[in-house]
Design a protein around this ligand. Structure first.
Ligand code: FE2
Length: 370
């Protein structure tokens, strides 16, 4: 076995055993997107299926093309899941259904490791339980805070009180693998300005056209509670943003001016090696778990909204403590964080040398064009 094969196996075992909880004798369905669609890499589904068979599972792999409207016609997919103990989506339709109630009883896995390299890296290998514990530590800190203050080098300045998480239930109907964000913090109780460079892009919820629009300079989006209250920046960018919000909202019949919620990446192994502009769809589905990125869900009164605003290198002060500092996440500054890093050595090591690649262009910014 080569080193890469061995790392890939460890990533797949983490997905299957620690996250999906599959056991010998169970039946597993893998719903995979055709690699020709450009989202998931070649050989990823086969690698996961091979490891599952080695674990004693009966595995079915279904390869489907990507159809942007599929989530609205998901009866066939749901029916195909029925006879199996567990389902793993290597397909965007799983991501599209992540906040939908139809999958809530099944709790399938959606894999955000988009290719074999990502699954074989620290992103795929870090114990799933460690990431769940880390997510919970962040949620607890945000829910108990008096003052949360977000800033970024481009001028984001957003402030609010404690995170007013909904009282019950999980934040998604699917289980994410790897777990790489905390629960979205509602916009309610927050106000300020978000500085956005490069582009406005979709969230993976619906695929509309155009999926992204270019921003030539920094656009400032002001909001209060859950309402966007204004745009500031170059006349060209302000006009492009207004037009895009209205266009997307009209297409989908939703309220454009919603600032629904925000969250940041918590996974130090999440590396995205292409530039964002090379494929905005792939970038928005693969890079967000890196702590150098924090995003807002806007346009539409639901998570994840339809337009995301992406902040690079955020600082997040929780009651004055810089838990994120210029894009670096310090879990040791959370209650229970040091102890968690001691218990999960691999996670501790990753946080000492976190992945830096998040799809920035040569000028160090997010850009619309590759
Ligand atoms: Fe999100």
């Amino acid at each position: 076995m080569t080193q890469i094969a061995s790392n890939l196996r460890l990533g797949a075992e983490n997905l299957l055993m620690n996250c999906a909880g599959v056991r010998s004798g169970q039946s597993l369905l893998v719903i995979a997107e055709d690699p020709a669609c450009g989202m998931y890499g070649e050989g990823l589904a086969d690698a996961i299926a091979d490891v599952a068979r080695d674990l004693g599972c009966d595995v079915t792999v279904t390869v489907l093309p990507f159809d942007p409207g599929q989530a609205d016609n998901s009866d066939d997919i749901l029916a195909s899941m029925e006879p199996h103990d567990q389902t793993v989506f290597l397909h965007r339709v799983g991501d599209q259904l992540r906040f939908s109630s139809v999958l809530a009883s099944k709790r399938p896995i959606v894999c955000y490791a988009l290719d074999r390299e990502m699954l074989a890296s620290g992103f795929g290998q870090t114990d799933h339980d460690a990431m769940i514990e880390l997510k919970n530590l962040v949620n607890r800190a945000l829910a108990g805070a008096q003052d949360i203050h977000l800033t970024c080098p481009l001028g984001t300045d957003v402030r609010g009180g404690r995170a007013q998480f909904p009282n019950s239930g999980s934040d998604t109907s699917v289980v994410r693998f790897p777990q790489s964000v905390f629960t979205p913090v509602p916009g309610s109780g927050f106000r300020g300005t978000v500085a956005q460079a490069g582009f406005l892009v979709g969230t993976g919820s619906n695929y509309y056209d155009p999926y992204g629009v270019e921003l030539r300079d920094t656009l400032f989006i002001a909001f209060e509670d859950e309402r966007i209250t204004g745009f500031d920046g170059s006349a060209e960018d302000v006009a492009a943003a207004r037009k895009h919000y209205c266009h997307v909202a009209d297409q989908l019949g939703i309220d454009p001016w919603v600032m629904h919620s925000w969250h940041a990446g918590i996974h130090p192994g999440c590396a995205f090696k292409d530039s964002a502009g090379a494929s905005l769809e792939r970038w928005s589905g693969g890079a967000f778990g890196n702590p150098r990125l924090l995003h807002f869900h806007t346009c539409g009164n639901y998570a994840p909204g339809e337009i995301s605003l992406n902040i690079v290198d955020p600082t997040v002060l929780i009651d004055g403590v810089p838990v994120w500092q210029e894009g670096r996440f310090f879990p040791g500054r959370l209650a229970g964080g040091e102890e968690l890093l001691d218990r999960y050595e691999q996670l501790g090591a990753l946080f000492r040398a976190p992945a830096q690649e998040i799809g920035l262009s040569a000028n160090g910014r997010l850009q619309f064009e590759a």
